[in-house]
Design a protein around this ligand. Structure first.
Ligand code: GLY
Length: 418
């Protein structure tokens, strides 16, 4: 099978690496890809992956298209690929509203009886501001649409929450902020759970925990994720099965009943509250960086499962994970998550990758005049594998210390004290 993988971040490098391990897969071609994915297979750097027509045309040379990021899904790429008769793993544009509209996700959850924070949506800044004045801290304010993980603030400072409302309506997050969702704060540890979904059923993968704030001890601004680990020792033992049964499948059933069957990864960002797991957000893709720890632990053939699921039938396959632990430390550029400095030379990637039990997944990297250089905010993921989280963490930080680029920043507390 020839697979076209859309995307070029750390998540896609991990997806490509895993898909290429299947005996069913002859070639993984990624678009646009990145220097890490170039080691997996050919890349199509010029394919406009958010353009449904362009992707559909390219897809006719492949047996399966796997969509990594949310933007092509929200643009309708999966619909266009299916229309030309090529198998695609990723939800339709309508189903992808679970991520591209927080209001749609909330309404679907309410109809499906899925536990989530109470919320209210606003298109009027004045109404949003007065709603905030009536709420206790902490405040959670979200741009309704896709904002690359940057449209959310969680703060105990009401002025900051009010300023966030203003930023949304001022267009700081583009069209995504023309509607604002204000929701109750959920108290408890967070955990990310993923299912491979088709035919109204989900097959759960291992759980992971992500670190969203930039700096140690959860200081600094929210980011796309600065590191993560899997398994999650403080999660209940049957968490992923329970979430799949009580949250994922009711949502899939609700969508199907509304004429919107869902095929693709579904990622539930959860808070383990005193009343049980509640959904903070849904994403219609795998997490980044969580994929970089979940897939190295997966012992099943990912390509076989995705190929079966792309037919839309329920996937009658067990997906298993090793008992090994994985820890990912994200190496980020100076200026991230605001304006990252890019184009700087990176050294030590081969040395890091040569450490036993270490994988290096590229995120924001590029080649310039034969050199590996920084090309984005989250540059590299160094993943340590080990018999437990402490061993995996030790390897990840050994690898982080082997890599250098000017202004490199990373958290030193990923998987610390768990
Ligand atoms: N790690 C958070 C996300 O992928 O949205």
């Amino acid at each position: 099978m020839r697979v076209l993988l859309l995307g070029g971040g750390g998540r896609e490098h991990a997806l490509g690496w895993k898909l290429a391990q299947s005996s069913l897969v002859r070639e993984v071609v990624s678009a646009p890809g990145n220097p890490g994915l170039e080691e997996v297979g050919p890349t199509l750097p010029d394919l406009r992956i958010d353009c449904p027509e362009a992707v559909a045309e390219a897809a006719t040379a492949f047996d399966l298209v796997v969509v990594g990021p949310e933007a092509p899904l929200a643009a309708g790429v999966a619909d266009a690929v299916a229309e030309v008769g090529i198998a695609v793993f990723g939800p339709t544009q309508r189903a992808a509203r679970l991520e591209s509209s927080k209001t749609f996700a909330k309404e679907t959850m309410r109809r499906a009886g899925v536990p989530t924070a109470d919320s209210a949506a606003f298109v009027d800044p004045g109404a949003a501001r007065s709603h905030l004045h009536g709420l206790p801290a902490p405040y959670v304010v979200k741009a309704d649409g896709l904002a690359a993980g940057k449209g959310v603030v969680v703060t105990s400072d009401r002025d900051e929450a009010l300023r966030w409302v203003d930023r949304c309506f001022a267009g700081d997050f583009g069209e995504a902020g023309s509607k604002v969702v204000i929701e109750d704060y959920l108290e408890g540890p967070e955990v990310s759970v993923f299912s491979i979904c088709a035919g109204g059923e989900g097959v759960p993968l291992a759980a992971a925990r992500d670190y969203k704030r930039l700096a140690d001890r959860d200081a600094g601004p929210n980011t796309g994720g600065m590191g993560c680990f899997s398994p999650v020792p403080d999660a209940p033992p049957d968490l992923v099965e329970d979430v799949n049964r009580l949250i994922i499948e009711p949502v899939l059933g609700q969508l199907a009943a509304e004429g919107t069957p869902y095929v693709g990864f579904l990622y539930a960002g959860l808070v383990l509250t005193g009343e049980g797991p509640k959904v903070m957000e849904f994403n219609c893709r795998l997490g980044d960086p969580e994929t970089q720890v979940v897939l190295p632990r997966m012992t099943s053939d990912l390509a076989a499962v995705l190929a079966a699921a792309s037919q839309g039938e329920s996937v009658d396959m067990e997906v298993s994970s090793s008992t090994e632990a994985a820890v990912d430390v994200v190496l980020a550029s100076d200026g991230y998550p605001g304006r990252p400095t890019t184009g700087l030379p990176i050294d030590g990637v081969d040395d890091a990758g040569a450490i036993p039990g270490v994988l290096v997944f590229h995120g924001g990297t590029a080649r310039s005049q034969g050199r590996l250089v920084t090309a984005g905010g989250r540059v590299l993921n160094v993943v340590g594998l080990g018999s437990d989280l402490a061993a995996a963490r030790h390897r990840a930080y050994q690898a982080a210390e082997a890599i250098r680029f000017p202004g490199m920043q990373y958290r030193t507390d990923i998987a610390g004290g768990v």
